[in-house]
Design a protein around this ligand. Sequence first.
Ligand code: ADP
Ligand code: MG
Length: 703
Amino acid sequence: MRPESLFPAFAPITSLKGCGPKLAPLVEKLVGGGRVLDLWWHLPSGLIDRRYRPAVAEAEPGRIATLEITIDRHLPPRNPRIPYKITAHDGSGRITLVFFNGREDFLKRSLPEGEIRLVSGLVELFDGQVQMTHPDRFGTPEEIEQLAAVEPVYPLTAGVAPRTLAKIIDHALAKAPPLPDWLDPEYKRRQDWPDWREALFAAHRPDSQVDLEKDSLPLQRLAYDELLANQLALLLVRRRLKRLSGRLLQGDGRLRDALEKLLPWPLTNAQKQANGEIAGDMASDKRMLRLLQGDVGSGKTMVALNAMLLCVEAGAQAALMAPTEILARQHAETLERYCSQLGVTLALLTGRDKGKARAALLQRLAAGEIDILVGTHALFQDDVVFKDLALAVIDEQHRFGVSQRLGLAAKGQRDKGGVDVLVMTATPIPRTLSLTAYGDMDVSKLTEKPPGRAPVDTRTIASDRFLDVVGAVKRKIQSGERVYWVCPLVEESEQSDLAAAAERHSALKLALEPELGEGSVGLVHGQMGAAEKDAAMEAFASGRSKLLVATTVIEVGVDVPEATLIVIEHAERFGLAQLHQLRGRVGRGGKPGACLLVYSGPLGETARARLKTIRETDDGFQIAEEDLKLRGAGEVLGTRQSGLPEFRLADLAAHAELLATARDDAKLILERDPKLASPRGRALLELLYLFERDAAIQYLQSG
Ligand code: ADP
Ligand code: MG
């Protein structure tokens, strides 16, 4: 139950003075929620400083100033299209106040001739005259002195006036209760952080530009609170998952040894180490929750196969889930090559399997005749029942949400213990992000690539050199190699993505097929039917088509060793991680790969930085960290897609260190006070509610 102290936080914004039913939806849209705390988290992005009080003659044009002046004359216009003017002066000089559509009665009352008034607004110079158009504030000196000299400026959308929003936020702040502190007192003292409520107020009342910086003390504190809530919640979930006992899975090594003999090359040390770590997890009675991170081409599939074979040796079943049909199919093909020689039964299940064939497959699965099931999210369907699932491998997990990952894990037999989970990711998630999404999920990293891989030779080229690009493609193909051509990502709709790819396809067909032969230019995109898509991929893999025009469907995992060149059009529109993934599609066979990044200028600063990074580095981890810096956390993996949490106050680029501390803090808390029963523990419960991580609280009970 939510503690009573937080009721005001979750009250609807319509309960606030001045926030009626017309305004509320606009405010809600703006701040991302309709509750009082949504306004608390809507922090100012700037400020207006009205403390600058020069004499009129000294007032700097372009600056906000507050001037004390004597009103001289009102000059109402004869024609309504001409502005209303008021002249005034102080000891140093004269100034004109300008009002468009000024209402004479109102202005005469507020700024009476012969009286002293304060006006505050933007100083302008017009024809050598000091002027102020529509002062933001004006009134008697007493009235103005009462107003805040520094006003916060909030991010706005159309329809909500700045003053209105500021007032509503003020009312919301007034509802903020003092809360018992959940911070470690010693840490808080050392950091010199204010109390929570004080921090919240300070964040909304910046006094100078410095207070808007992410590392100001109040903003640090608020960010830390949010990160602590995140880490604590993750630890609670993880503790629960770990406690759900796993099972002791110990194979005799028979299949894994046989696999090693089949492989034409030795495993890399990194692969061996990951195999060892995974086998260790599986042999323990704790449930495995491990992230296998490895750059494109680092050989994750072999590690996954090893784990699955261990599982089969122990007499259980394993599942591998991929985010797309193409990938699932490809995994199945790759694995089948080995499984068939090892006497291991593998099957593929995708959304496309229907009717009798599907029913038969499910029956074999339930009977335990299938050892390894590879598929898409079709594996989640309720009627997919394993005889004894012991390991779920999830590939390219950033496409799946947390709930989906746990959903597959739930398919194990309860009486036998939980399903071990191995998550493979080819997009190296920067440590900062993986922490927020998984807490401390155990991590195996394939830091080393199989030997003999030269980095992909990456170059940028302006789109006006299009013919040169086509020439390069032709030469590659004539020397027997294959080429990917990735089409621009068009933002508006998938439809236009498709149109761009289709159009490029016909153009390249026209340009190349006369020389390279009919059917040598293929096309694949996300909206093709599955069969059509497979046919196109298959034609390219087998070499019937030699140039494959594609949308980003080929982004992850697709493996055609003969492909040595990838052309990426409008490279400036892609994210760093995505470019790196795409580039990883080539140079997978013996021959070195090349990547041509075709860009259309002029490039913005970020795009320029991105292309430079991708040209100069081949290290996926470094690229991912860079990406985080350039784009901000939410965007890096596409938060919505990724199941990564969104933060309201914390900024992972700026607060990465706080995140690490929060992780350690959360660990220590749960070690010392596993039920959160101490006074600090109870305060932490309120913190979890405050940041809406309270779903994790249910896991405390069993604690
Ligand atoms: P990832 O999924 O990590 O991008 P893959 O598992 O698809 O990488 O492996 C990339 C390629 O490297 C595959 O063709 C695979 O057969 C090969 N490979 C895997 N491990 C090794 C190794 N130890 N030595 C040489 N080649 C390897
Ligand atoms: Mg792979």
